[in-house]
Write a protein that binds this ligand. Structure first.
Ligand SMILES: [Zn+2]
Length: 654
């Protein structure tokens, strides 16, 4: 559910951005001769008018790229003019602020002391923000007080003088390993962090081997040695603590920068782009843990290439995971749809999401639908009764297997239309909001977490666990046996554990254990960063697992054969269920754009429908229809005659 102050984004927003200042476009190298003209046109009355006609409700303007004071000032009157023109037409506005780097060749002339703000890696180099050919952009230490003071002024000015609705932070990460900032201040703060966490001498000795940590080495890499992208598991205690320190620093940075803006205007939307990829170890590589950081923000930008698509090899790609993560943290997703299917995905999974027009030919909004039905979707919450756990230690200290299992489990659930939320460690406190919990190779769990999960099942909850779930503690130290061994009724001693597929009862609840998730196609782990943020178990591996049927059966078992909604669809149609005060909502999205789906059967638990006897069927471009609910044994059934791409089913007055 979206937070109160950001309700204007709820139900979805079509948006536009031109965030690059002319100074940057020129320095980077003009791609077109008419660049100046098109840049000026962007701010013109004519252009803003055309955006308004298209239904654009938010425009993000260039504001701060990192060239330093005065240089970008030349272009500020244009930003101001554009903002004014938007406001006159009731279009909301935002500004772009790049935070992870400065263009040293100009910046240092204006503020020489900014030399001390630069990030310093383990080889004492000032790393580039992004790769070649943009060698002129150097990373800064986001924790540096001088740099923060500078950013504070920039941020406050945008909020006070330009009165914008949105602040967009770009480059919102701690910097790619092997070039994490190890400046004197970061090093000192890390040591303080260790001493605070382990005040006791014996505890330090137990964790690190010795207790005087003052000369302890930070993770160190040579460029020609092992790439951090090839580190499969991380058991070095300093590296583990360094990952925690970096991720905590990131969420603290987000909170601090957001605070500068909120001090001036509490309702301003703070959104940050850290890509939000799925399948890669972002905690280790970029110092970002979704749960800790998203909760500090009102929105995140998902800039991965996970755009909705049914690939030729049968892989179904979706951005559903980013939408689900944001939703759990009461946040929204900003993204650039690359086509009609992708645009609808924001409606289906993302509370509507904030959809940016970038490439005109690929941005296919549906203003008629937005105008007529957006209001139906506002204030909706997930109706999922199953939660999939993303646990920090399992995903931060293992860059391969655990990510693979999470992605493939979610793929099986998505394509089987088993509706689920993604939750994080802290959400286990609210576990009773769900009927079942899925633990895809959650190899690291604390004793407390295991006790919590056991209690949940004892009282009637369901658990599906796979592979090494609970075999390790929170520092990835292997136990003699699964901590949840009595729950699974399986021991690590069991032979051929990867083939085990069992269902059992524990207390009042039900448990299923699957020894393996079988690949549905040829898997390839990507060790290089591709396409901005795509690394690890990338989308090309997202084949539907071969044992998806076993996963479905296990879910049915742990849910006591009573999922709230069953959708009898091909694997290429995904769905989502939501409710608000009086409505129950089912979104259906067909990814197979070459084949329509006919006579789709949907069964709804009777209790969810209340006294309603009919549902409204809304298909874009067609007249709204009423469909009667057919009375079955435990569920109502409704049949949708034909779905081309998107269909919306609404049960009113439940
Ligand atoms: Zn630093």
């Amino acid at each position: 559910m979206i937070s109160e102050k950001n309700r204007w984004m709820d139900g979805g927003v079509d948006a536009y951005f031109f965030h690059e200042p002319l100074i940057f476009l020129r320095r980077r190298g003009a791609k077109r001769l008419d660049m100046n003209d098109s840049f000026l046109y962007q701010h013109s009355e004519k252009h803003i008018e055309s955006l308004k006609k298209e239904g654009i409700e938010l425009v993000i303007f260039h504001y701060h790229k990192g060239f330093g004071p005065e240089l970008e000032e030349d272009e500020m009157p244009l930003t101001e003019k554009g903002i004014r023109r938007c406001r006159n037409k009731n279009i909301r506005t935002g500004v772009y602020i790049r935070i992870d780097n400065i263009i040293t060749e100009t910046f240092l002339n204006k503020i020489p002391e900014a030399e001390n703000w630069l990030a310093v890696d383990s080889l004492k180099n000032n790393p580039y923000a992004i790769g070649l050919p943009q060698y002129f952009r150097k990373r800064v230490c986001l924790r540096n007080p001088g740099y923060r003071q500078y950013l504070e002024k920039i941020i406050k000015r945008a909020v006070k003088e330009l009165d914008v609705d949105v602040i967009h932070f770009d480059g919102a990460w701690m910097g790619l390993e092997s070039h994490s900032c190890q400046c004197d201040m970061c090093r000192k703060d890390f040591l303080d962090f260790l001493y605070q966490k382990y005040p006791d001498k014996t505890a330090r000795k137990e964790r690190f081997g010795y207790s005087d940590l003052n000369s302890i080495g930070l993770p160190h890499y040579y460029d020609d040695a092992l790439s951090p992208f090839e580190m499969e598991t991380i058991s070095d205690p300093v590296m583990q603590e360094w990952i925690i320190f970096r991720c905590r620093s990131h969420s603290e940075t987000m909170r601090t920068l957001a605070g500068y803006a909120r001090e001036e205007a509490p309702s301003v939307v703070i959104e940050a782009n850290y890509m939000c990829p799925s399948g890669g170890n972002l905690a280790y590589l970029q110092g970002v843990w979704d749960s800790w950081s998203i909760r500090e923000l009102d929105a995140i930008w998902s800039e991965t290439s996970d755009d909705a698509e049914l690939c030729e090899n049968g892989v179904l790609v979706s951005r559903a995971r980013a939408f689900k993560k944001a939703r759990t943290c009461s946040s929204m997703v900003f993204y650039i749809p690359n086509g009609e299917l992708s645009w609808w995905e924001g409606i289906v999974f993302g509370n509507g999401a904030v959809r940016f027009k970038f490439n005109k030919s690929k941005f296919i909004p549906n203003p008629k639908f937005t105008k007529n039905y957006k209001k139906e979707l506002i204030n909706s919450k997930s109706a999922a009764e199953i939660a999939v756990l993303h646990s920090f230690s399992a995903l931060a200290y293992n860059s391969r297997e655990t990510h693979r299992s999470v992605v493939l489990m979610e793929q099986a659930l998505l394509q089987s239309n088993i509706h689920f939320d993604i939750i994080f460690d802290e959400d286990l406190a609210e576990l009773n909001n769900y009927k079942a919990l899925v633990l895809p190779d959650v190899e690291c769990l604390t004793n407390e977490q295991c006790a919590k999960i056991k209690g949940f099942v004892k009282n009637g909850g369901g658990v599906l666990a796979t592979e090494k779930t609970s075999l390790f503690d929170e520092y990835r130290r292997e136990r003699r046996d699964f901590a949840l061994s009595d729950l699974f009724k399986i021991s690590i001693e069991n032979k051929n554990i990867e083939n085990i597929n069992t269902h059992c009862v524990f207390g009042k609840g039900r448990v299923a254990y699957l020894g393996g998730i079988v690949a549905g196609g040829k898997e390839e782990y990507t060790v290089k960063v591709l396409d901005w943020g795509d690394f690890g178990f990338t989308k090309k591996n997202w084949f539907l697992p071969e044992n998806t049927n076993a996963i479905r059966n296990s879910i049915n078992w742990i849910m006591n054969y009573d999922c709230p909604v069953d959708v009898y669809a091909p694997y290429t149609l995904l769905s989502n269920i939501e409710y608000n005060d009086k409505k129950f909502i089912i979104h259906l999205l067909n990814y197979d754009t070459n084949n329509k789906v006919y006579d789709l059967v949907v069964r709804i638990r009777k209790k969810l429908a209340g006294t309603t006897q009919a549902a409204r069927l809304i298909i874009p471009g067609k007249k709204e229809k009423t469909i009667n609910l057919i009375n079955g044994n435990e569920k109502y059934e409704l049949i949708i005659p034909e779905i081309e791409m998107y269909a919306l089913v609404i049960l009113d007055n439940i």
